[in-house]
Design a protein. Structure first.
Length: 390
């Protein structure tokens, strides 16, 4: 079978089985059709720290079991994922291929194929096509079963976190014009922070929200704000009116007793311009030619604090080639064991010299956790937007 035929047949075969069997059916069939020694699928966790084994198949049942977890910093599979390329090498005189599982710029894990004999003519585009086909199958299967979600969890979620993650969009996406990466921590207990993004034609909208308070009450407040913003956006309203609609929804429900800090950014990718609505505490850093600056945005009252607040969208000095980093106030306010404030100077220096800006959210979270010597006390959200030239 040709690579294209294998990808097409994979879709047909796996879509015929129930969702909870999708991953295992896929690796078993690929192991047979590729005459491989071993085929594995590892799923990326929400913290982007580990790859977790979701399914594996081997030609010889006597082979040692697959590793249940892979470190995102050191494993060859994770290197393929981070670089977004097919990584091929030899281990014990057999070929091993690590294929990122991604679609529409969103990466969910890695396919590993070891020792194939019938795929010797596969090139990188062939592996990528196979990886995309498998990604689409797994994403569809995840809508009908908890199996794939559970495969990438090594910790229990709070009810509030369960609500938040079910509402959030994918944490990464990329096209030839931009790349975006977002992280929220602590992932198993997040309550008040949210992000959102949507690409509609040439218009990219990015949102960061931080609801006041903690626990389920803050979660419900933030969820209402995000639902109202999406409703306004999908009704075709500009971002100033999106903010006003969300503000009124919160006021009507809570009468000023609940508020949400917000930053709405709308980028016209064709017109090379951007506008923003800034309400409350979120921060925005801009890197241009390795110079980093904290954007001075006109600040409005948080959403829901007052009745019928007027919100104005202002033009932001952002252009192709820039990198933006949007941050909730949990970053600047984070403290170490000696009660020292984290601040933004070190982050700005790292942003100025980073060759892979979209890796910065992971670095930032790891740095904050190291300083706190454990988990974070407050929610922290970091969104990086890399606006590519050309």
């Amino acid at each position: 079978m040709t690579p294209r035929e294998i990808a097409a047949e994979l879709l047909d075969r796996v879509l015929e089985v129930p969702g909870h069997r999708a991953a295992h059916s896929a690796v078993s069939w690929l192991c047979a059709v590729l005459d491989a020694d071993r085929v594995e699928v590892h799923m990326l966790d929400r913290r982007r720290v580990r790859l977790h084994l979701a399914a594996g198949a081997a030609r010889d049942a006597a082979q040692p079991p697959a590793a249940p977890h892979l470190d995102v910093r050191t494993s060859p599979a994770a290197q393929a994922l981070r670089a977004g390329v097919v990584l091929s090498h030899r281990v014990d005189d057999r070929d091993v291929h690590h294929v990122p599982l991604e679609s529409y710029g969103h990466t969910v894990g890695v396919l590993t194929v070891a020792g194939p004999t019938s795929a010797g003519t596969f090139g990188s585009p062939d592996w990528r096509r196979l990886g995309r086909a498998l990604t689409l199958v797994l994403q569809q299967a995840a809508t009908t079963t908890d199996e794939l979600e559970l495969a990438r969890r090594t910790y229990e979620y709070s009810i509030a976190a369960e609500l938040q993650w079910d509402l959030l969009p994918p944490g990464d996406t990329a096209t030839d014009r931009f790349a975006l990466r977002a992280l929220v921590e602590p992932a198993p207990r997040v309550t008040s922070d949210l992000f959102d993004w949507s690409l509609n034609g040439d218009r990219l909208t990015v949102v960061l929200l931080d609801a006041a308070g903690r626990g389920l009450v803050a979660t419900q407040v933030g969820d209402l704000a995000l639902a109202a913003l999406r409703n306004a956006r999908r009704s075709g309203l500009p971002i100033a009116e999106q903010a006003a609609l969300a503000d009124q929804a919160l006021w009507d429900r809570h009468h000023g007793h609940a508020a949400v800090d917000a930053l709405l950014l709308e980028v016209d990718l064709a017109g090379a311009m951007a506008t923003a609505v800034h309400a409350g505490s979120p921060l925005a850093l801009r890197r241009r030619d390795h110079e980093v600056e904290l954007l001075d945005l006109d600040t409005h009252e948080p959403l829901g604090l007052l009745d019928r607040t007027r919100y104005d969208a202002v033009e932001v000095d952002v252009r192709p080639g820039d990198v933006l980093m949007l941050l909730s106030d949990g970053v600047a306010g984070a403290r170490g064991p000696g009660d020292e404030v984290y601040g933004l100077d070190g982050l700005a220096r790292r942003l100025a010299h980073s060759s892979a800006p979209c890796d910065l959210p992971s670095w930032l979270i790891a740095d904050l956790r190291a300083r706190a010597r454990g988990d974070l006390d407050d929610d922290v959200t970091a969104v990086v937007l890399e606006w590519r030239r050309g």
